[in-house]
Design a protein around this ligand. Structure first.
Ligand code: ADP
Length: 505
């Protein structure tokens, strides 16, 4: 089985969030299971820097571009997964974030940058890139890759396509002029194709045209079919429900393993949980918090955006800061939240410490050094940080939503007694519900034996890619079977007729 991953980020080349973890970890897990998974992504300056040895292997024939487009081939460090970088300096050779400029605004030419990625993917997929390799499956991820299934759907024969929804709230919306400027097939301008309320929506290319859709957790796969979580695309997703499956993300347990983690002051395991204390002391020191082993230390790492419930934490702070706890936050995102958190850290010095920025190593140390990990997301497609927390014996407090609901088992008296509990789960997206959950955690924390049992129960859960990679393989195999000549059709029915999008009815 040959699978081409098309993505806008893949760890360790480039990463801004969970998407990067998945597009680095899943191909490696598939490869370990005998699947020839390869990755195609833009040759961002940072990706080239982290890529190691690269060699040009193909030159792509793409019309109307001012400079040649080449594919640079490399191997993902530590994973033996082959990748190709789409090298076109005018689009990708710039510093920093793959999506945003230094002022936090989307790059002005994002539509053209990711259309180019999709066009390059289509050429590789159709065997028109001059490579001696053609995929059976093209697996695309999030809006940046949405045009690839749409372009491939215009071709025959073609490989089957899978589109994974990591976050439906990012849709790649652009004005109609952009559609024209991109020179896309005119028939794609229709609300049954790429048009969404008068705009071009890259994500619809995936949602409408991919042969199969996946979402990154079973609960999220259900939630996105409702108005509350569908972002206007719930109608389309209901229409395609038969082809949509929730597959939980896994974690790369070579990278996220407290027994081997080189970022930690001291490595530890479920058997030697006591060694975690050294990491807590180191983290308190690093964050400038008092070195007090008795006070529970709550960690938080993530993008500082509305989705992650940062406002809930800010609103809950006056109450939280009356509780016997320390709070250490690492994140970057909306300027308003960054400013508010900095101000709060100044106000609650010694209790709340904030690091604004992106720091992979520090993220590991927060997981290793915290007693508790807070993730009060308003919505959460899967969430990886709660999985890392479980692995690190850092008990998660999460909202009952999306992948958080699928992975954390609330410490109710019954679940605690049965040894099933792994964290604390609250319902309403309200500061009061958040502080109540923190209060429950602090109460249990005082009972060290029960607390350690809870932490160990989380550490024993297996969230490695083992199960999820097998599910993806099954999905791919089903698609390849449906495409085989015996079945006599190209990719199986995919329910593409009469699409309704959200409130367009
Ligand atoms: P999302 O994909 O919505 O950002 P996830 O929980 O799925 O959220 O994944 C977030 C990933 O990004 C984790 O690996 C987390 O450690 C990492 N991350 C997020 N923000 C930061 C940051 N400021 N510094 C370091 N790592 C971060």
């Amino acid at each position: 089985m040959r699978v081409l991953f098309v993505a806008s980020e893949a760890h360790p080349l480039i990463k801004t969030g969970g998407l990067g973890d998945v597009c680095g970890g899943l191909p490696a897990a598939l490869r370990a299971r005998g699947c020839d998974a390869r990755v195609l992504l833009p040759a961002y300056r940072d990706a080239v820097t982290h890529a190691g040895d690269l060699k040009p292997v193909a030159r792509l024939e793409l019309p109307r571009l001012a400079a040649p487009v080449t594919l640079l081939e490399g191997v993902l460090p530590g994973a033996r997964v082959k990748f190709w970088l789409v090298h076109f300096p005018p689009a990708y050779d710039r510093p920093g974030n793959p999506y945003l400029n230094a002022h936090g605004h989307a790059w002005h030419d994002n539509a053209a940058r990711f259309a180019l990625l999709a066009r390059a993917a289509a050429l590789v997929a159709l065997g028109r890139a001059g490579l001696e390799w053609r995929p059976d499956i093209v697996h695309c991820h999030d809006w940046q890759t949405g045009l690839a299934p749409a372009l491939l759907a215009q071709e025959s024969p073609r490989p089957a396509t899978v589109f994974t929804i990591h976050n439906l709230s990012y849709q790649g919306l652009f004005p109609h002029e952009t559609f024209t400027a991109l020179d896309l097939p005119p028939r794609l301008w229709s609300h049954e194709a790429l048009e969404f309320h008068g705009q071009l929506a890259f994500i619809k290319g995936g949602l409408v045209f991919a042969d199969r859709l996946t979402a990154v957790s079973p609960t999220y796969a259900r939630e996105i079919r409702t108005p509350e979580h569908g972002h206007g695309l719930e109608g389309l997703l209901r229409h395609r429900a038969k082809y949509l499956k929730g597959i939980l993300n896994g974690i790369d347990d070579k990278i996220w393993n407290p027994a081997r983690d080189m970022h930690l002051a001291k490595r530890y395991s479920a058997r030697h949980l006591g060694a975690k204390a050294a990491n807590k002391a180191a983290l308190q020191l690093e964050f400038g918090l008092p070195d007090d082993p008795a006070v529970p230390l709550i960690g938080m790492v993530g993008r500082l955006v509305h989705q992650k419930g940062v406002d809930l934490v800010l609103d809950a702070l006056p109450r939280l800061m009356e509780m016997p706890l320390q709070l250490a936050i690492l994140g970057t995102g909306d300027a308003g939240y960054e400013t508010a958190l900095r101000a709060a850290a100044a106000r609650y010095r010694g209790r709340l410490a904030v690091r604004i920025g992106y720091d992979e190593a520090l993220a590991h140390r927060v997981e290793g050094g915290g007693d508790i990990f807070l993730m009060p997301s308003r919505f959460e497609p899967c969430g990886l940080n709660q999985l890392y927390s479980l692995r690190y014996g850092t008990v998660p407090i999460v909202r009952h939503v999306g992948g958080l609901a699928d992975t954390v088992i609330d410490a109710t008296p019954g679940n605690l007694k049965a040894g099933a509990a792994t964290g604390f789960v609250f319902g309403a997206p309200e500061p009061r519900a958040l502080t109540a959950a923190v209060g429950r955690a602090l109460a249990l924390y005082r009972d060290r034996r029960s607390w350690n049992r809870l932490a160990r129960a989380g550490m024993r859960r297996d969230f490695s890619w083992r199960h999820s990679a097998a599910e993806y393989l099954e999905l791919y195999a089903g698609l390849v079977r449906a495409k085989s000549p015996r079945h006599g059709r190209s990719t199986g029915k995919s329910g593409r007729a009469k699409i309704k999008t959200g409130n367009r009815g």
